[in-house]
Design a protein around this ligand. Structure first.
Ligand code: PGA
Length: 255
């Protein structure tokens, strides 16, 4: 099955020189790599999307947005819409990232509106779900995930689910160096498969890609992605180092 390796560059690459160095280094590393059945997605800050599309987009490398707004146009100062990023050549949008939930009070309902507008505009939505440390410690991980998925995907018909990717990102593992065990990840993957099978039937559920995200590194990729049988990864910090990111992508795609 196709693997998806997504790099979330977050609020980095502050200068044109820094961005250009990243792009050059990524190109060089990619040249040496071979990916038979994998897709790599780079999600730079929105101001760099156009440049990344022009310089890095290939059959194997797609570009995505880290966030989009739920309306398509109008008086929403500072926001960036799905048609804008689509028309710049992006093909993916991350929705509901835990940092958006934490710093911008994004809810499952907001994520739902963003997923709808992403799909309407032909973008693949990468929907992030995951429990906090406190939620895990009181044993409500499954409840949290079920709620995030049912509310976040409410009203999205089965036929549209081919354009939705799920990223399971336990919040306690994002931006930290805490690495979940492969069993902890597998449990959530099984739960997600069950939710999707119940909601959409086995044929659709089987095709929904489920990624893992949170402190993915070369040293952990095997434990957090291969062992629990994930369909790929959402990589934060390590995606800022093209050589490391591409090594991770190679491990996950079995190259
Ligand atoms: P991290 O971030 O790899 O730096 O933990 C992952 C993410 O935020 O998606």
């Amino acid at each position: 099955m196709r693997k998806l390796i997504v790099g979330n560059l977050k609020m980095n690459l502050l200068t044109i020189a820094e961005r250009d160095r990243y792009v050059e280094s990524f190109k060089k590393e990619m040249k040496a790599a071979e990916f038979a059945d994998s897709q790599i997605v780079l999600c730079p800050p929105a101001v760099h999307i156009e440049n990344f599309v022009n310089k890095l987009k290939t059959e194997t490398v797609s570009i995505g947005a880290q966030n989009i707004f739920w309306e398509e146009r109008g008086s929403y100062t500072g926001e960036i819409s799905a048609p804008m990023v689509k028309n710049m050549g992006a093909e993916y949008a991350i929705v509901g990232h835990s940092e958006r939930r934490k710093y911008f009070s994004e809810t499952n309902e907001i994520a739902n509106a963003k997923i709808r507008v992403a799909l309407k505009n032909g973008l693949v939505a990468i929907y992030c779900v995951g429990e906090s440390k406190e939620q895990r410690s009181v044993g409500i991980t499954a409840d949290v995930i079920i709620q995030q998925v049912t509310e976040g995907l409410a009203g999205i018909p089965a036929a549209k689910m081919k354009s939705v990717v799920i990223a399971y990102e336990p919040i306690w593992a994002v931006g930290s160096d805490v690495v979940p065990s492969s069993n902890e990840i597998l449990e959530v993957k099984i739960l997600l498969k069950k939710i999707f099978t119940d909601a959409y039937g086995p044929a659709v559920a089987e095709k929904i890609l489920i990624l893992y995200g949170g402190s993915v590194k070369v040293a952990t990729a095997n434990q957090v992605c291969l062992e629990p049988g994930m369909d790929g990864a959402l990589v934060g910090r390590e995606s800022l180092i093209p050589s490391e990111f591409i090594k991770i992508a190679k491990i996950i795609s079995g190259n």
